[in-house]
Design a protein around this ligand. Structure first.
Ligand SMILES: [Zn+2]
Ligand SMILES: [Zn+2]
Length: 130
């Protein structure tokens, strides 16, 4: 499956099927998410989110808590720190906060730029309902 936003390669999250989706895929380039299956949608594609609201804070044993890192994927922060058992907090990662990791911020800016303006609208990505 290719990414509908940028045409990039998608990888699948190791997540258990739920009421909302059977599979979750993310684009390796622009990080757009696509949810497959579930009670309401065959394919659900959440709209673009600005970088201030799209990332969650990473938590892991051994991760310095004085610095706020964004959770990327597969035990990794956006800036590339790899610690097993890493997960996302239920907290947004706020790039403007003083303790926000600069390298995470730089990565978030790059990922944001990978979204063409044309696909940033509320209805720009098409979901398929059941
Ligand atoms: Zn993409
Ligand atoms: Zn970081």
């Amino acid at each position: 499956m290719d990414c509908d936003v940028c045409g990039g390669v998608m990888w699948r999250w190791l997540a258990l099927p739920s009421q909302w989706e059977q599979e979750i895929w993310s684009c390796s380039w622009c990080h757009a998410a696509t949810h497959v299956g579930g009670e309401w949608f065959e394919i659900a594609r959440p709209p673009y989110l600005p970088m201030e609201t799209r990332w969650e804070r990473a938590v892991a044993d051994g991760l310095d808590t004085d610095v706020s890192h964004a959770f990327g994927a597969f035990d990794k922060t956006l800036c590339g720190i790899h610690l097993s058992g890493m997960s996302s907090f239920d907290y947004l990662w706020v790039p403007d906060r003083e303790n926000a990791c600069g390298a995470c911020r730089a990565a978030a800016v790059i990922i944001d730029e990978r979204w063409p303006q044309a696909v940033r609208g509320e209805d720009a990505r098409v979901s398929i309902a059941r």
